[in-house]
Design a protein around this ligand. Structure first.
Ligand code: HEC
Ligand code: HEC
Length: 397
């Protein structure tokens, strides 16, 4: 008996091994080149609500704060505890663990590419990086600090640097050591005292933002390819072609490989309570005294226009913000639940697109027909976006 190998089967085998027929067209090549970071580096979007966003002295102060565990209730947790440089500036746990081993409900997000987003947190409940940072400080599952503690501590420890950036140091006499709304007699403080504390607290966030804006992920192998310095392997180019043809680029768009918008891809919730994502995030944002339309914003009109845009969004139930894919292959778990422990596992989610039982809302129509078509080549392409380590001076503390 002779075995005949059907030519079609043979072709499939060869294609699975080597990759086939996935040459990038001229137009696809141009689309990809437009997503690269130009030689001058990532041009940061302006941050009008923060007057010191690009002030080097503010960034230097922010860097100290980022690594200082003194900004947590029991002195055990810093921003850097959950945003670890060699874990993709995120962490290797499914959900983060804060003071006293308290578990949060979502996976830590990478900080390296965060400055190029327009809404922060998985549900976009912050419209600036400064308000994002102070929310982390007061979150009971994260640092469990309070605005009064943060204000006292920064002035005591970094008073000189603070005064250099923000002009003066306010008098906080009579302000209890630990106080925030609902805690430590906050409501009994005079409006002037409360405003003073909150001014210092928001300035801490503004310094942190200035630091985070100095971190980026440019000059990857992908950016080098766009400049013509390297060529793609067969596998990389197959992944690149699929990335465009399968519609990944509809949401993972622009130089940050993220549209910074919200989509429901059916990931679902951690724990018994449903996670409504952007729907509740937008409400929390509108109610926050620290949104960019509020008194601590350095451009309230700009903030008000953004709030209006957020209120008009559609299809936000169960939608989460598109993560940047720069540095994605260097992360340790994926998606807002963090329960996909390998990139391959997460990519498989797109091929078997069915909302998980705990998901709420409707799948985003942009997902129609999305398929990875070859996990290995997609991984190869996404690995071209691996970030270089940031200069040592930016992690010194
Ligand atoms: C206990 C772990 C933990 C600590 C401590 C922590 N974070 Fe996070 N961070 C997270 C988690 C989890 C999220 C996502 C939370 C969510 O969406 O609800 C996040 C989100 C972020 C984001 C949003 C990124 C994006 O793309 O939207 C930034 C920026 C960030 N953190 C910076 C900080 C800074 C600055 C500090 C210190 C003030 C800090 N984090 C402290 C776990 C932590
Ligand atoms: C409809 C918009 C949309 C499309 C199309 C899309 N994504 Fe996503 N992607 C998202 C959103 C939103 C998330 C975060 C979802 C969550 O956690 O709930 C995500 C998450 C990811 C992650 C995990 C990143 C991380 O840091 O956790 C990877 C990897 C990814 N997408 C790759 C792809 C690839 C490859 C394709 C094409 C096959 C694709 N995406 C198509 C919106 C999209």
């Amino acid at each position: 008996m002779t075995t005949t190998i059907r030519p079609q089967l043979l072709l499939t085998v060869i294609c699975l091994t080597l990759g086939c027929g996935r040459d990038l067209s001229q137009q696809e090549t141009e689309t990809l080149i437009a997503m690269a970071v130009p030689a001058e580096g990532m041009s940061r979007m302006a941050s009008p609500s923060n007057a010191v966003a690009d002030d080097p002295a503010a960034a230097a102060l922010g860097q100290k704060i980022f690594f200082d565990k003194g900004f947590s209730h029991d002195g055990s947790v810093a921003c850097a505890s959950c945003h670890v440089a060699d874990q993709g500036w995120s962490d290797d746990r499914a959900v983060s663990v804060g003071v006293q081993m308290r578990k949060g409900g979502r996976h830590s997000m990478p900080v390296l590419t965060a400055a190029d987003q327009r809404w922060w947190f998985w549900d976009g409940r912050a419209d600036s990086m400064w308000s994002q940072a102070i929310a982390a400080m007061e979150s009971e599952d994260e640092m469990d600090f309070s605005r009064a503690e943060a204000a006292h501590y920064v002035l005591k420890r970094y008073g000189k640097a603070y005064a250099q950036v923000f002009g003066s140091v306010p008098n906080l006499s009579g302000v209890p050591a630990r106080a925030k709304p609902g805690l430590g007699g906050w409501e009994q403080l005079s409006p002037t005292q409360r405003t003073r504390v909150e001014r210092v607290f928001t300035n801490i966030g503004k310094a942190l933002e200035a630091y985070e804006r100095k971190l980026d992920c440019s000059d990857t192998r992908f950016d080098q390819w766009a400049k013509g310095a390297v060529t793609m392997t067969r596998q990389e180019s197959e992944g690149a072609a699929n990335f465009i043809r399968e519609g990944c680029v509809d949401c993972h768009s622009g130089a940050n490989f993220s549209d910074s918008e919200f989509h429901n891809i059916g990931i679902g919730s951690n724990g018994p309570a449903p996670d409504y994502g952007r729907q509740t995030g937008a409400i929390a944002l509108a109610l926050s005294p620290f949104n960019a339309a509020g008194v601590y914003s350095d451009d309230r009109n700009w903030g008000a226009a953004r709030l209006k845009a957020a209120a008009a969004e559609q299809g936000t139930l169960g939608a989460f913000r598109t993560p940047s894919l720069r540095g994605v292959a260097q992360r340790r778990s994926f998606g807002h639940r963090g329960d996909h422990r390998t990139l391959r596992d997460f990519l498989n989610h797109y091929d078997r697109l069915r909302p998980q039982p705990s998901a709420v809302g409707q799948l985003d129509p942009l997902l129609r027909g999305v398929n990875v078509r070859g996990e290995r080549s997609m991984e190869a392409f996404l690995s071209m976006l691996n970030c270089r380590p940031v200069p040592a001076a930016l992690t010194a503390h």
